[in-house]
Design a protein around this ligand. Structure first.
Ligand SMILES: C[S@@+](CC[C@H](N)C(=O)[O-])C[C@H]1O[C@@H](n2cnc3c(N)ncnc32)[C@H](O)[C@@H]1O
Length: 198
């Protein structure tokens, strides 16, 4: 739904601020990917690949999926420039139609807040995951002061945990891992990482 915004942002998405925040996320996600050398990773809402193109050494393959064609083009350019052999891009929006693909691990970094129907996307991602697969979500903790018609103002841990359980995940660990200044709509905020097992 935010396609137009992101289409226009793609070419200038990689600002110093976004790269710095992505590096913090990379460090948190890398801890979740130990013993994943034989696993396929799907990065849903990958953007320009600021996060998952820094994870390719830890997994067998990475598929970067985004509903913005321009974002996937920027990511593809980086994959070609750096000759990354185990990464590919896919232009797709699973809230419209989900392709018949499977993944061992799915990650979403700062994407869930942009998708209106949280239950639907969680269900689609659950279905794509292989048995015992893992869903890693990085997003903002609930920030009541923020109000935007198209963006969730963060998430409450227990409420998200409940949704993940209803979708079918058998367990979820969730924790706040970073507090930062001006990181959520120019306001100070904190980010959580949730790790759910199918
Ligand atoms: C804030 S950016 C995060 C990019 C990247 N994950 C990162 O952490 O650097 C959100 C991304 O989600 C994508 N997005 C938004 N809604 C989406 C949807 N329904 N399906 C797939 N991607 C979506 C946008 O195009 C954008 O690239």
């Amino acid at each position: 739904m935010t396609d137009n915004v992101f289409e226009k942002m793609a070419a200038r998405y990689d600002s110093e601020e976004r790269k710095n925040l992505a590096n913090v996320i990379v460090q948190a996600v890398r801890k979740e990917l130990s013993d994943s050398q034989s696993k396929s990773l799907l990065d849903y809402g990958s953007g320009t690949g600021l996060v998952s193109l820094n994870l390719t050494d830890l997994v067998e393959s990475v598929l970067l999926v985004d509903s913005s064609k321009e974002m996937t083009e920027v990511a593809k350019g980086k994959i070609m420039r750096d000759a990354i052999a185990n990464a590919e891009v896919l232009h797709s929006d699973f809230t419209d139609e989900t392709p018949k693909i499977k993944a061992d691990i799915i990650m979403m970094s700062l994407v869930l807040l942009h998708i209106p129907d949280t239950d639907k996307i969680l269900q689609e991602l659950f279905d794509i995951l292989n048995e015992d697969g893992k869903l890693i979500i990085v997003d903002f903790d609930k920030k009541e002061e923020i109000s935007h018609p198209k963006v969730h103002n963060g998430f409450v841990h227990d409420e998200l945990k409940e949704k993940l359980s209803e979708v079918g995940f058998k367990s979820t660990e969730i924790k706040t891992f970073h507090h930062g200044e001006n990181i959520f709509m120019r306001q100070d905020a904190s980010m959580f990482i949730a790790s759910s097992i199918k």
